[in-house]
Design a protein around this ligand. Structure first.
Ligand SMILES: [Cu+2]
Length: 440
């Protein structure tokens, strides 16, 4: 997926051309430089950010998502002050202070190369202009890339749009022709960043039911200069066995700084369930679920019957239950080759210097180390930061050229007791909470 410096220069030149072509083709006043003039500092004291950096979407099902965005010179898109307001809630419920990628680590199977795309391979510089058709029904915002290599640092590179996701729920009513059903709607926020031959899509999906799903999709091209695996570590993708693409991994990290109900003093809990075979006199196996409070920094491993949640320090829903967000890992292939990829989930005490899961550019103090695993060293968690590691082992296939179909990896966080009922509950069913009884 990498290129030598000459090829890389050519790639960048091509990007520059695209900018020029887009600008030339744009209608008057809509060029990248003028589309989003740099806004003055927020006028209204209540606003979290100025209009140009605000994303606010009320979905047709009644849920509003609000957030601010900015663009970091290494991490790329950073979403901040994210809040969720389902219909019926008097005010927005803060979920996250900050949500962003923490690294994309790409080691090749032959051991010759290993890349940290965010900190070492200019992921953020590679922000791509989006054609209007790439953001169907949405808005493409102009992003000013910090310390840009291009003459014009403005890239029409941030899409915000909405999408239907199919059934949010379905329930048969009392009569055959009464069906309670709703079609779910999502807010999508995404960028495309080119790194060498690859193009990474960074997608954030905010569902009307409060779930947030974050995914990295890899597309573009297979690395042209890696069709050389003579050592049995690749897969032939050209005629016969001549062009073998070296297999490699994409280990993506996300960094989530929670602030449930506006407080960063969230509590972390781990749940494990144990299934026991039937004892004498019992018909069926039994399952017992236990909670472990995670009070100190954690290097955690996903397994069956295990899950984690972040619990609000202050907020309760209308049923009096503490609000929380559950972490829902996606499919992963954990890469055991590096200390920082050996675990699926890290929870560290907040430190503003700790920003990237590997090769962290900042020196966070003597002996602090440069990767997330080193930061798990027994500190008490009063402001926990979640790092999720989702790995994908990419053994190329014939279908990967050309262009390479997008392969996705990611995970979700889902509300648990944020609202007292399904946030999309129709008014007619609003009384059916807890041990309700059908009306006679
Ligand atoms: Cu790949």
């Amino acid at each position: 997926m990498r290129v030598n410096s000459n090829t890389k220069a050519r790639t960048r030149a091509a990007v520059g051309l695209t900018v020029a072509a887009l600008a030339a083709g744009a209608t008057a006043g809509a060029g990248p430089a003028t589309a989003q003039p740099k806004a003055a500092p927020a006028a209204a004291p209540a606003a979290d950010c100025s209009a140009a950096y605000r994303i606010e979407q009320k979905l047709s099902t009644g849920t509003t998502w609000r957030m601010c965005w900015r663009y970091d010179g290494k991490a790329g898109l950073v979403l901040e002050k994210i809040s969720y307001r389902p219909k019926g809630e008097p005010k927005p419920i803060r979920v996250l202070n900050s949500a962003r990628l923490g690294q994309i680590h790409v080691p090749y199977d032959d051991g010759n190369v290993e890349y940290d795309d965010l900190t070492g391979f200019d992921f953020a510089q590679g922000l791509m202009n989006l054609a209007p058709g790439e953001c169907p029904g949405g808005t493409i915002k102009t992003v000013k890339v910090p310390d840009s290599w291009n003459e014009d640092p403005n890239v029409k590179g941030l899409c915000t749009t909405t999408r239907s996701r199919g059934h949010a729920y379905r329930m048969q009513g009392d009569t055959a022709n009464k069906v309670f059903q709703a079609q779910g709607k999502d807010l999508l926020v995404y960028t495309v960043n080119q790194v060498g031959w690859y193009e990474y899509m960074t997608e954030w999906r905010f569902q009307d039911d409060g779930t947030i799903t974050m995914n990295v999709g890899a597309t573009g091209s297979l690395s042209w200069d890696d069709y050389d695996a003579g050592d049995g570590r690749g897969w032939p993708i050209g005629k016969g066995a001549s062009a073998k693409a070296t297999s490699h991994s994409h280990n993506a990290f996300w960094r989530l700084d929670f602030a449930l109900d506006g407080s960063t003093r969230n509590k972390v809990e781990q749940y494990d369930s144990k299934v026991t075979a039937p004892v004498r006199g019992r018909r069926a196996p039994t399952t017992k679920t236990t909670r472990t409070k995670v009070t100190k920094e954690l290097a955690g491993d996903s397994k069956a019957y295990r899950w984690w949640r972040m619990v609000s320090a202050t907020g309760k829903n209308k049923d009096g239950h503490a609000r929380s967000y559950e972490i829902v890992p996606g499919p992963t292939t954990k890469y055991p080759g590096r200390s920082y990829t050996k675990h699926d989930l890290y929870v560290t005490q907040y430190n503003k210097c700790e920003l990237f899961a590997s090769n962290n550019p900042g020196n966070c103090g003597a002996g602090a180390g440069r990767s997330v695993d080193k930061w798990v060293n027994g500190q008490a968690l009063t402001h926990p930061v979640v790092w999720m590691n989702i790995g994908f082992h990419h053994i190329a296939r014939d279908e990967d050229q050309q262009p390479m179909p997008v392969h996705w990896q990611g995970f979700s966080i889902a509300p648990r007791d944020v609202t007292a009922m399904n946030p999309l509950t129709p008014a007619e069913l609003g009384r059916q909470n807890g041990h309700w009884r059908p009306r006679s």
